[in-house]
Design a protein around this ligand. Structure first.
Ligand code: ZN
Length: 134
């Protein structure tokens, strides 16, 4: 794992959350991006070498909508940047970690992503992400 790439936070109202995090961090979000297959729109803030990713559901069946329904707004996942996502998935599977999907998919911010199931990580949803080469 290279670093904490970002922390994902589930929010109900993206506009209000953008304003709140702008005030909190003292800087504007630098982009918003929809990830249609996940049913979310995301907003990113830089914080030093890492990022905050706000996530708002665009579909009542999206994982973010379900998360908020069960647990309310709050920290949704921690994302670690990796050099090679397939190598890391393989390494972690051999150690007994389970994943929400068997193969990585295209996430926001030009990344390939996959998620370690919270059941195998002390209740924390862990994202692995790898920059897609330009
Ligand atoms: Zn994320």
């Amino acid at each position: 794992m290279l670093k904490i790439e970002h922390i994902g936070i589930a929010v109900e109202d993206l506009k209000a959350a953008n304003e709140l995090y702008k005030n909190l961090l003292g800087s504007e979000h630098y982009k918003e991006e929809a990830v249609e297959i996940e049913g979310v729109v995301t907003s990113f803030f830089k914080v030093g070498d890492t990022k905050i990713e706000l996530l708002k559901a665009t579909d009542p069946d999206s994982p973010i909508a379900k998360f908020i329904e069960h647990r309310g707004q709050g920290i949704h996942h921690i994302a670690f940047e990796v050099q090679d996502i397939l190598v890391e998935m393989d390494r972690l599977k051999k150690l007994g970690f389970t994943f929400t999907k068997d193969t990585p998919s295209r996430g926001a911010d030009n990344k390939l992503v996959c998620f370690v199931h919270p059941r195998s990580a002390n209740g924390v949803l862990i994202e692995l992400c790898q920059e897609i080469p330009a």
